[in-house]
Design a protein around this ligand. Structure first.
Ligand code: AVI
Length: 328
């Protein structure tokens, strides 16, 4: 990859710049590898493209998570304290959670609190789980930890919490940041509260690369939509045809990385941020990491961040784990 890159920053300190604009300016101003935070992949278009990714035959994560809950929800519920309220970090489509909520609703009335930064994602999930008898849904549109604290503040005496972090979203954090996130969640919990954590597991590299660079080009569209979003929201002039979607596996960090590689030497304007950046031919913008785990490593990760593991289920078709932890 070309390393020399020059950039012209007019307004790194522009007052009143939105958080999105400042993060874009900061990421594209980085010396060496340019980056854009993966959380910005999920505007309405990006979320719809992600839903389409979950249907791809090459991307087995979501179906694995669904199969696990379909087959093991009763076992998970049998290990939980009674009663529990359910908090989900990232509401998703509601398809997976439905199995768990149904199993739980066989023994108790359930208060279910999905938390998502996107109100449209919350709304879609609620259509599915809102149909289940004995389940009351109250969604929170906010960041995960803020929502978790808000739910914890409503907790009634004697009620425990079950936190769901499904979909292997923890894999989009670097490993140290993943640990920190689990510690932050733990701070909001009381001893005996539960966390069901999903993690995608290591598998042959060719299989992983196909999952993140599918032949139909859906993941490429998902990745490039980040540039399109900058064009839409910040009056940028990225020419999407001048970028290749690249998925690569970093063996040292055990993660798939998504990049957008510039096909030419180009200068891009992002007018609402008053910012211009230069990209060399072959230079890339790093947009996402997706870490892959060893099952034992997941248990250790929980243990060093304040939990004990009470069960782990692994899908037989796609290496993917759900681990049940209790806060110590
Ligand atoms: C949301 N997250 C767990 C997905 C993943 O697999 O890391 C996002 C994704 N990126 C490309 N395909 C899917």
């Amino acid at each position: 990859m070309a390393s020399a890159s020059m950039l012209v920053t007019a307004t790194a300190a522009t007052p009143g710049l939105s958080e999105f604009a400042s993060d874009v300016v900061a990421g594209l101003s980085r010396p060496g590898q340019k980056e854009l935070p993966s959380k910005y992949l999920y505007d309405d278009v990006g979320s719809a493209l992600f839903d389409a990714i979950c249907l791809l035959p090459e991307y087995g994560l979501s179906r694995a998570g669904m199969r696990l809950l379909q087959h093991h929800s009763a076992e998970v519920v049998a290990r939980l304290p009674n009663p529990v309220v359910v908090v989900e970090l990232g509401s998703g489509s509601g398809q997976k959670t439905r199995w768990l909520l149904k199993a739980l609703a066989r023994r108790q009335r359930v208060n279910y609190y999905p938390i998502d930064i996107s109100s449209s994602a919350l709304w879609r999930g609620q259509q599915v789980v809102g149909q289940i008898d004995w389940v009351r849904v109250l969604g929170f549109v906010c960041a995960y930890l803020d929502g978790l604290r808000a739910v914890a503040a409503r907790r009634r005496d004697g009620a425990h919490m079950l936190v769901l972090f499904l979909g292997s979203t923890i894999g989009n954090f670097d490993r140290p940041a993943g640990d920190q996130f689990l510690r932050d969640v733990r701070k909001t919990l009381q001893p005996g509260d539960a966390l069901l954590l999903a993690t995608d597991l290591e598998k042959p590299i060719a299989e992983l690369l196909l999952a993140y660079d599918d032949p139909a080009g859906v993941t490429a569209a998902f990745n490039k939509n980040l540039l399109a979003r900058i064009n839409r929201e910040l009056d940028g002039d990225f020419d999407l045809a001048q970028f290749d979607h690249v998925a690569r596996y970093d063996e040292r960090h055990r993660r798939v990385e998504m990049h957008l590689r510039s096909k030419s030497c180009q200068r891009i304007a992002i007018r609402k941020a008053g910012f211009w950046c230069h990209l060399d031919e072959g230079e890339s913008i790093w947009t996402e990491s997706s870490h892959k785990y060893d099952p034992e490593e997941v248990i250790t990760m929980g243990e060093r961040t304040g939990y004990r593991c009470a069960g782990q289920w692994i899908d037989s078709e796609w290496a993917f784990a759900q681990s049940l932890f209790f806060a110590l």
